[in-house]
Design a protein. Structure first.
Lengths: 319, 123
């Protein structure tokens, strides 16, 4: 019988907990672009033009539309081998439990890279897991996929294996982009063409193609039109590395907030007057060490009073 | 199809000496008493239930015997001794056999002469 297409679940939890008592579980849920891909890795060719085997690379990725502060916090925890991962296909037959289940645990832990985006057109978290296995280890690993029983996790039930939760859904809702904190650089609504805040892991790959992440890059870009000379003078007068505040609204009065002190991000800008445009681009950018921040939740930090994990909102303060 | 009841049974690591012209080789193996008509997978679990040692009839490393399967564990005796195991029916993921892997008892070792391919006695 043919295999059935699709991935219905990508869920990560703290390393070493998936097959006992899963803790810190986060499902991609509502999203797109889910994929598990196996490719040959670090192969060579023997003469004449004969490809030879070496390792097999396994890559799992997807883009979640549920990028809560909890998901962002856990994503930092999951870096550098910090998570177990369960990837599940839809049922492969009418029988219950017939899903293919890939559990990346123990000897099969994946490396993780991520890209957290707040933009005028989307708010997402992209996860990119990757790991190359020696050929015999790969053979053993794939042999487990159709005999492994899926682990049920809190919030990822039989009726919603995907982990969709509309309370976790985020959509663009600009409240503030300030540099320095207190001085808006978001431009007037009518002037603003695009905006984007990206927090992206930055690292390198080890021998087994796992991400080794020590830094993340924060990039803020605002593209506008119709700026006047006075605006340019104001911009030119800003500090080279100003403090930054980003605030994006969630449901009701809740919000996600990012507080970045001075000397962390550098500001650059471009201004073009042409036949058909008068465009300005402001960019702030810098790399930050992966543990150089703290998350706070509850009243005053963007979330509900009883929210201790950041699912309604929260504040990430970089130090 | 009705769910089969899981059988509980501890499995003993056994040893065998293969005697050939170039000398003796000592092999360790486990015998798994279960139905061998359909694909099975043996997984040995660590303290946090992660399968760290896997053998499979589909991959050809669970070898059919008269009473079930046999698999080579040479070199992994220490790692798997005392650990829990499960034998899974691949087609429906049911655990058909489970228990512990027991270290080899101080008992006689079979000697197999590969020149005659016959058991020639006990040490």
């Amino acid at each position: 019988m043919d295999g059935i297409v699709g991935l219905q679940q990508i869920v990560a939890c703290d390393a070493g907990t998936l097959l006992t008592t899963p803790t810190g579980a986060v499902a991609m849920g509502f999203g797109k672009g889910r994929e598990l891909k196996v490719t040959d890795f670090r192969t060579d060719k023997a003469w004449p033009n004969i490809p030879t085997r070496n390792m097999k690379n396994l890559a799992v990725q997807g883009e979640s539309f549920q990028p809560t502060m909890f998901m962002l916090k856990k994503t930092f925890d999951f870096l550098n081998g910090g998570c177990d991962l369960q990837v599940m296909s839809p049922k492969q037959s009418a029988s219950s439990g017939s899903e293919d289940v890939a559990q990346f645990v123990g000897n099969y832990l994946m490396g993780l890279g991520f890209e957290f985006t707040i933009a005028h057109d989307k708010r997402t978290m992209k996860w990119m897991f990757e790991r190359a296995l020696e050929y015999t280890a790969y053979q053993t690993f794939i042999d487990l996929w159709d005999s492994a029983a899926a682990v049920s996790l809190t919030g990822v039930t039989d009726t919603d294996v995907e982990g969709k939760n509309y309370d976790y859904r985020r959509w663009p809702k600009l409240l503030a982009i300030e540099a320095p904190s207190g001085a808006s650089i978001a431009l007037a609504d009518y002037q603003r063409l695009e905006r984007k805040v990206v927090i992206k892991s930055k690292g390198f790959k080890n021998e087994q193609n796992q991400d080794v992440v020590n830094y993340y890059t924060v990039t803020i870009e605002i593209v506008g039109t119709g700026k006047q000379v006075a605006d340019l003078v104001t911009l030119a007068g800003k500090a080279e590395t100003p403090s930054v505040l980003i605030k994006e609204g969630n449901a009701g009065a809740y919000f996600d907030q990012f507080i970045i002190p001075a000397f962390k991000l550098g500001i650059t800008d471009e201004f073009t007057i042409g036949d058909d445009k008068r465009e300005s681009r402001i960019k702030l950018e810098g790399d930050l060490s992966i543990y150089q921040h703290a998350f706070t939740y509850g009243t005053g930090n963007g979330g509900a009073a009883d929210d201790t994990t950041g699912i309604t909102g929260g504040t990430m303060t970089i130090s | 199809m009705a769910k089969k009841e899981t059988q509980n049974k501890d499995l003993q690591i056994e040893n065998e000496i293969i005697r050939g012209a170039a000398g003796d080789a000592k092999l360790s193996f486990i015998q798994i008493p279960c139905d061998n008509k359909t694909n099975k997978l043996l997984r040995v679990l660590n303290e946090i239930n992660q399968p760290f040692f896997n053998k499979s009839s589909r991959a050809g490393n669970l070898v059919v015997t008269d009473n079930g399967y046999r698999t080579d564990v040479t070199g992994f005796e220490k790692e798997i001794s005392g650990k829990r195991y499960e034998v899974v029916e691949v087609s429906n993921k049911e655990v058909v056999l489970k228990g512990k892997i027991l270290a080899k008892a101080a008992a006689a070792e079979n000697v197999v002469n590969i020149n005659t391919d016959k058991k020639v006695g006990n040490l």
